[in-house]
Design a protein around this ligand. Sequence first.
Ligand code: GLP
Length: 242
Amino acid sequence: MECRIFDNYNDLSDAAAELILGIVERKPEAVLCFATGNSPVGTYKALAGMAKERGTDFSQCFCFGLDEWLGVPPEKSGSCHYLLFDQVFRPLGIKEEQTHLFNGMTTDVTTECRIMNGEIEHVGGIDCMLVGIGLNGHIGFNEPGVDMESGAHEQELHESTLASGQLYFNEPTAIAKGITLGMGQVMNARTLLILANGKSKAEIIHKACEGPVTNDVPASYMQKHRHAVLMIDKEAAAALSK
Ligand code: GLP
């Protein structure tokens, strides 16, 4: 695992955008996967600006969404679907047919997951997956205790995930479960880009990077990933000893 520490969130966001652009410039038909949340917002802004400036072409890429709130419709402003189109796909000119996202309104989660797993296999796996880290060490909605070889699955969400999740919505929203790519898919991504910023993430970054590799802290598995790049700011790095 490569760990890069930046002076501030802007530098971190620019570097993350640069890494993604580099992948797409080398492989225009790259398969990408994006998370929502606060951590990547700056990266998405930088990505749109830099792609425009450099004329990077995303028209041959294929993109997956990492996760979604079950029971939340795609058009609702805090849904992962809404945010990915708003922050990533539209600014980069990525069309709907170049994307595959979970449908939070599905009434058949098993089929929804089977189709997602099949799509990822069909396109030959994910070249670059961008993820954030939850306060309890989750990645996507892979909460502590998750099967580390899992594919797409439904997940009961922890208290802390539900509390921070509520903040993405502009009105109180009933959320209890998520649907997510599994840790098997996170571990199989050819590049795993993990972002964290701010002092609230310092303790979990310490555990994930310097603690034991355990499914109690799903993010700790990045230590074993064949190509994980962790980008954090100074505040999130504050509890690291090395
Ligand atoms: C959320 C999402 C993840 C996100 C993570 C961190 O619950 N399911 O996809 O990466 O938690 O969010 P943030 O970047 O806002 O801290």
